[in-house]
Write a protein that binds this ligand. Structure first.
Ligand code: PEP
Ligand code: MN
Length: 344
């Protein structure tokens, strides 16, 4: 990481960047209030620091100790925030993404979207391509499901979050959705990470069920290093010896991630517990621990859901969850992001 002097000019910056490129490395500029920082990305072992001593425009060179670079707070100290179609993610306001596990029919997704909007949710989730453990389980509605999601956005104004399972699906999904979700099972699918890194859409990446926090950050680094800076990290529970719940919510991961990275961090209390009865309690815990948002499964008729009905909140329970999460966010000096319902 090269910290430029505060009075340096654009020409000084370009000169340093040129030299780095000649070493065959990549640069990522970060313009702070006082300093411009040039992140040098790639195999930096071959770069001799002495070479930069000749540049008077350089204030200092700081090696980044973490294996992930662009994702680290060392590189970008200030928390990143960006807009998801008008909803600011990573800012002071807590963002609530909600919807069914899978899009099952036009009426199901339209009904859910309306309920999410009215309850005060900020974005709609719903899988059209589903990564199911069993090949015999419902695999999702594919493009038809995406069309219904887009219609739900038109009617409610809620941005759409949906999972992408392979690089070939990206152009299609980008036509309909606002945020590309990378599922836990694909967290280390590097071809897919590369491909979403090259896309212009924000990416929500879920932690693999057996992945460490560092592995999650390295996965995010793949996306960032391919040029996409809008990455949201999601804790969705990990596998442990405990089997009274589907997964174990690693609540520790939230403050740990907030310390290590500037990227927004959200929690999925639905998959982390696997049971609607625990979802609200863990949602509260996540916001108390410092999460920037939640992604929660909501279904108007959970008993009829084609996937994850047992962990889905009804719209009424979702309303209760929001009320409680609002109180918790205020108790920790935050608030809920402005509701989209007011804009309708
Ligand atoms: C989902 O969000 O419905 C999902 C499949 O989640 P995960 O990838 O975390 O299992
Ligand atoms: Mn699900």
């Amino acid at each position: 990481m090269i910290v430029m002097k505060s009075e340096c000019s654009q020409k000084d910056i370009d000169e340093v960047v040129d030299v780095i490129k000649r070493w065959g490395l990549d640069t990522h500029l970060s313009q702070g209030e006082e300093h411009t920082v040039i992140g040098v990305v790639g195999d930096t072992r071959k770069v001799k620091q002495e070479y930069f001593f000749h540049f008077e425009s350089i204030e200092r060179i700081v090696p980044i100790s973490r294996p992930y670079k662009i994702a680290s707070r060392e590189f970008i100290p200030r928390s990143s925030s960006f807009s998801l179609d008008g909803v600011e993610m990573g800012a002071e306001g807590v963002v609530l993404i909600a919807g069914p596990c899978s899009v099952e029919s036009r009426s199901q997704i339209l009904e859910t979207a309306q309920a999410v909007l009215e309850a005060g949710g900020h974005a709609l989730r719903g899988g059209a391509f589903k990564p199911r453990t069993s090949p015999y389980s419902f695999q999702g509605m594919g493009e038809e499901g995406l069309q219904y999601l887009a219609e739900a956005r038109e009617k409610t104004g809620l941005p759409i979050v949906t999972e992408v399972m392979s690089p070939e699906q990206i152009p299609l999904i980008c036509q309909y959705a606002d945020v590309l979700q990378i599922g836990a099972r694909n967290m280390q699918n590097y071809t897919l990470l590369h491909a979403v890194g090259a896309s212009q859409h924000p990416v929500l990446i879920k932690r693999g069920m057996s992945a460490t926090v560092e592995e999650l950050l390295m996965a995010a680094e793949y996306i960032l290093s391919h040029g996409n800076r809008r990455v949201i990290l999601c804790e969705r529970g990990i596998r442990t010896f405990e089997n009274s719940t589907r997964n174990t919510t690693d609540i520790n991961a939230i403050p740990v991630l907030k310390e290590l990275t500037h990227l927004p961090v959200i929690l999925d209390p639905s998959h982390s517990t696997g049971n609607w009865k625990y979802v609200t309690a863990i949602a509260r815990a996540g916001i108390a621990a410092g999460a920037d948002g939640l992604i929660v499964e909501v279904h108007p008729h959970p008993q009829e859901a084609l996937s994850d009905g047992g962990q889905s909140l009804t719209p009424e329970r979702f309303q209760t969850m929001i009320r409680e999460v609002r109180q918790i966010s205020e108790a920790v000096g935050r608030s809920l992001a402005p509701s989209k319902a007011g804009n309708q």
